[in-house]
Design a protein around this ligand. Structure first.
Ligand SMILES: Nc1ncnc2c1ncn2[C@@H]1O[C@H](COP(=O)(O)OP(=O)(O)OP(=O)(O)O)[C@@H](O)[C@H]1O
Ligand SMILES: [Mg+2]
Length: 314
């Protein structure tokens, strides 16, 4: 997947993930030492850093390990077998033929083709991203492969937002069915600590305690607010966050704290500031962390009451 240099730069500074990277490395070791294939689920809320973790791990793979990846998309009509079609486009051959079959391959046929492909390409790592959006056929293929993964020298890494799985979500059923399977590992990503947020915020001279309080350490919020470089969160970031958090309760609740359309009344707490200042910018535009804290204002500078009424905030 294409990555901007900014995103790549930010991912270079991956904090507090050494334990998770070590777990993935351990799974890979089992695969490369021919102790059998593994399936690792990487779970966490929207924006916690699942993709960044997996990309960092993928970047460390030896040249002898083949890397293939695919992703599910947030479509109203999900593309059947979406992440496996991405993988098939990379492998070509029989798997691609199955993927392109006019009538569409059945999950068990596709799973059998995938297992054959994995045997030929050992050792390999397959990354399947965003399974919370997977269609039923994708989950069926994964269910079939998961039960047989020990027979191929492959590490399958599957990411998903665990805050988007309600009790009846089909992925939850799949996870429940695999509970206790020896070849299956779950890695749960936690939000960044206050110390990590402070480390990321340090070059910008922002009030790290306030940034942590507002973001609760969600890596996406933290990095995007810092990259935004304005007192208000940029509209593009607002759109990105709202798209990411649609259907996700916890980040959405946090976003309501960040979102400028619903600031808290000045009386509800002290004045607050979350004003990222990229290095090199003028201190006029970016108050220093040590400067007196500014009261949070509506974007237009109108009174809280008038602004709140205009934006229909409760
Ligand atoms: N451990 C980390 N340390 C520093 N920055 C991080 C870390 N993890 C992620 N980030 C930053 O946060 C951004 C969001 O992370 P990422 O896209 O990996 O989240 P995600 O969990 O995959 O989100 P989604 O659920 O939307 O797919 C990344 O672009 C990266 O810049
Ligand atoms: Mg992701």
């Amino acid at each position: 997947m294409a990555q901007s240099s900014t995103a790549a730069g930010r991912e270079a500074n991956l904090l507090e993930r050494s334990a998770e990277l070590a777990v993935l490395a351990e799974q890979l070791k089992a695969v490369t030492s021919r102790a059998g294939g593994r399936l690792a689920f990487v779970a966490g809320e929207a924006g916690v850093g699942k993709t960044a973790l997996v990309r960092r791990f993928a970047a460390t793979l030896p040249a002898t390990v083949q890397l293939m990846s695919g992703a599910c998309d947030a479509l109203v009509t999900p593309r059947p077998l979406a992440p496996f079609l991405d993988v098939a486009a990379l492998t070509g051959g029989e798997l691609e033929e199955l993927a392109l079959a006019r009538t569409g391959a059945k999950p068990h046929e596709f799973a059998a083709g995938l297992m054959r492909e994995l045997r030929q390409r050992a050792p390999s790592v397959i990354v399947l991203e965003d399974l919370h959006w997977a269609d039923a056929a994708t989950l069926d293929v994964l269910r079939i492969v998961a039960r047989r993964v020990e027979s191929v020298d492959s590490l399958i890494i599957a990411t998903f937002r665990d805050d988007e799985l309600d009790r009846m979500h089909p992925l939850r059923m799949l996870l429940g069915g695999l509970a206790g399977a020896g070849a299956v590992t779950r890695i749960k990503l936690a939000a960044l600590s206050e110390a990590a947020v402070a480390q990321l915020a340090e070059p910008y001279g922002v009030d790290a305690t306030e940034l942590y309080r507002l973001t609760s350490g969600n890596a996406f919020y933290v990095t995007e607010v810092l990259a935004g470089g304005t007192h208000a969160v940029p509209a593009t970031v607002q759109d990105a966050v709202l798209a990411r958090t649609a259907g996700s309760a916890r980040p959405a609740a946090r976003w309501s704290k960040l979102h400028p359309s619903c600031p808290r009344p000045p009386s509800s707490g002290s004045s607050r500031r979350c004003a990222p200042r990229p290095s090199g910018t003028s201190t006029n535009a970016w108050p220093q962390a040590s400067s007196p804290r500014r009261r949070m204002e509506s974007p237009s500078g109108t009174s809280w009451r008038a602004w709140r009424w205009r934006h229909r905030c409760p």
